[in-house]
Design a protein around this ligand. Sequence first.
Ligand code: KG4
Ligand code: ZN
Length: 335
Amino acid sequence: MALVLGIDTSCDDTSAAVVEDGRNILSNVVSSQTSTHAQFGGVVPELASRKHAENITRVIDAALKTAGAELNDLDAVAVTNRPGLIGALLVGVEAAKALALACSLPLIDIHHIEGHIYAPSMTADLPFPHLCLTVSGGHTLLALVEADWTMTELGSTLDDAAGEAFDKAAKMLGLGFPGGPAIDRLAQENLETPVPFPVPMRNKPGYDFSYSGLKTAVRYYLEKRGGADSASASAVAAGFQEAAVEALIHKTFRAAKETGVQAATVTGGVACNSLLRRRAAERGKELGILTAYPPPALCVDNGAMIAGVGYVRWKQGRKASLNLSAAPNGELPNR
Ligand code: KG4
Ligand code: ZN
């Protein structure tokens, strides 16, 4: 039995978790900064770093207490060190280094998307290879995942991330931040008569995504009509959501057919979207492909997915030095 502490401070959530053997989540504590950033309509990087610095010790402490674990019980510390907001990442990395040094623990550096890709397997038994679609505020990435957790990128966004597009469309409709949940809610009122926006990249070969065209289509639609009243706002939200979700589903299941995998997963904050979850399940059933998406707490940024994949990478021999730094970008590591 091995206990790994996972830390993620890549964006605006301060998170820490204790996970046993990569799968048994003993605690998963997330301190959200949404209320701090909402008044600015988006994440303010400098404020995010300061909030992480204020919260990190308390969050790690809460993760240990909830798990009923002491620092001495830990076997390794895993931390997201890339990609993300650099000042935000550094808070988590420095905290993890301090713990690793003080408690003589191995330090495991994790790519944030490795965590998202690993998350669905914490609550489902998945065959390999499988496909994973990661859709969040900062990323839209389709990857092939092998049994040794090698992750190969098949496609990504050419411009905005899916979550970013939801947030921007919500802003145009005068909804609050984060916009994804607000669009999801408003769209429920008009699922039958959505504005028919074209599905981006549907007829393009390959597995890349693009959201700038859809965003512009929403803007022109609203400008032409001088904005949206409450009835048309729900039709716009439903139309945007329909096109944005179908773009993701279409490419993911085309890739599933073309690669011959037996399973596909959807993860990241946008995987909380009710239409995306429903469509993934329906399309998977039609095509005989097992689909899985984690519960919302494991879709959004969290420390448990970092502890989980941290356990796997530690077993495989990954180990960072105490000189570990953070980076705003970074390719998905193969192993
Ligand atoms: O994974 P996450 O918590 O943080 C990042 O790594 O970015 O994802 C946050 C994103 C935001 O853009 C938010 O609007 C979106 O996930 N999101 C949703 C929903 N819930 C969260 N998008 C669409 N529908 C939702 N229900
Ligand atoms: Zn994320």
